[in-house]
Design a protein around this ligand. Structure first.
Ligand SMILES: [Zn+2]
Length: 329
């Protein structure tokens, strides 16, 4: 396999705070010898664990980029023992256009791991992160939110894993993050996810869904900032006391948690995020958007639980996700 063309403009193994870029040559119409420049900060101080903190995997999710920009601008080497690698906008091409997927190659970064050194721009970024950055890390935190088409209750999540010792470590890190909700997460399709790549390399991994609807709120960003601090203390990198508030434990045991639309139209939610629903309870109706005088399609919860995620905005297409009903533990 060919060598990955990405190079870092800053060192990973020198003490201090270094701000620079991952530079990926990208020849194109408006810049024949141009590059994609992905911002990166490395803060290091002596021996200790390494945390890799990433945001902007999807370019329309904002809590991670904001909280990580704040961290990169404020974290001093004297504050830590070990190393913190900060990538607030890992999918810079998508982030710079406010899109979930890359406008350059159309790829969804979180379905493109482990990537290819000789592939598209997204595949090259994934390959560099998977082969250069993840191996340096002991713990990885990847921020997500709902983006422009989903909205979530604010939660941190860890996955059910075959390696139970690793699963325990991931769950403990999720609890340390201490979002208002903590989820044992089931993925609809985990192939190609950053999560899967990090977990396959045996690392401690935590992800989040902190809000959505294409923006962030003061509350959701505060959750992200507190979670980072708690996680770095938990990892032994930052000193201080973990700040714990009450968190609701949720589980996603199987496919019955998900509701999808089978018609297109105007969606009317009958319950809101955080509401408790029973099995068979209607959670939304889809009205025709092109005629009057017809009854809507009613969409029902397939199990009892808490409405944890929903579709945005007001129109929905056939096959779109409608609701996630997670089970309170
Ligand atoms: Zn995402």
């Amino acid at each position: 396999m060919s060598k990955n063309p990405i190079s870092a403009t800053i060192p990973f193994d020198e003490d201090g705070a270094h701000h620079g870029f991952l530079k990926l040559p990208y020849s194109r119409d408006d810049s024949a010898w141009g590059s994609v420049m992905i911002p990166i900060t490395v803060v290091a101080n002596g021996h200790g664990p390494t945390a890799l903190l990433t945001g902007g995997n999807h370019g329309d999710e904002y809590e991670g980029p904001i909280a990580l920009q704040d961290l990169a601008a404020s974290l001093r080497p004297d504050d830590i023992k070990g190393r913190v690698i900060i990538l607030p906008m890992m999918n810079l091409p998508a982030f710079s256009k406010g899109l979930r997927c890359s406008p350059i190659d159309g790829n969804n970064m979180n379905r493109s791991f482990p990537g290819r050194p000789d592939g598209t721009v997204t595949q090259k970024i994934c390959h560099y992160i998977a082969t250069e950055l993840v191996p340096m890390a002991d713990i990885v935190l990847d921020f997500h939110s709902g983006g422009r088409t989903l909205d979530f209750l604010p939660f941190a999540a860890a996955h059910v894993l075959d390696n139970k010792a690793q699963e325990r470590d991931c769950m403990a890190a999720m609890q340390a993050f201490n979002a208002p909700y903590s989820v044992r997460m089931l993925e609809i399709d985990n192939v190609g996810m950053f999560d899967t790549e990090v977990e396959t390399q045996g690392k401690v991994f935590v992800t989040t869904e902190l809000g959505g609807a294409g923006t962030s709120t003061a509350r959701s960003v505060a959750i992200a900032k507190k979670g980072i601090r708690n996680l770095l203390i938990h990892a032994g990198i930052l000193s201080g006391t973990i700040e714990l508030s009450e968190t609701v434990q949720l589980d996603m045991p199987d496919e019955s948690c998900f509701v999808f639309a089978e018609t297109a139209g105007l969606i009317e939610y009958l319950v809101d995020l955080g509401d408790v629903v029973s099995e068979g309870q209607p959670i939304a109706r889809v009205w025709p958007s092109d005629r009057t005088g017809q009854q809507p399609e009613t969409l029902k919860a397939k199990r009892e639980g808490i409405l944890t995620a929903r579709h945005v905005p007001g129109l929905i297409k056939m096959g779109d996700f409608v609701g996630l009903v997670a089970v309170q533990l």
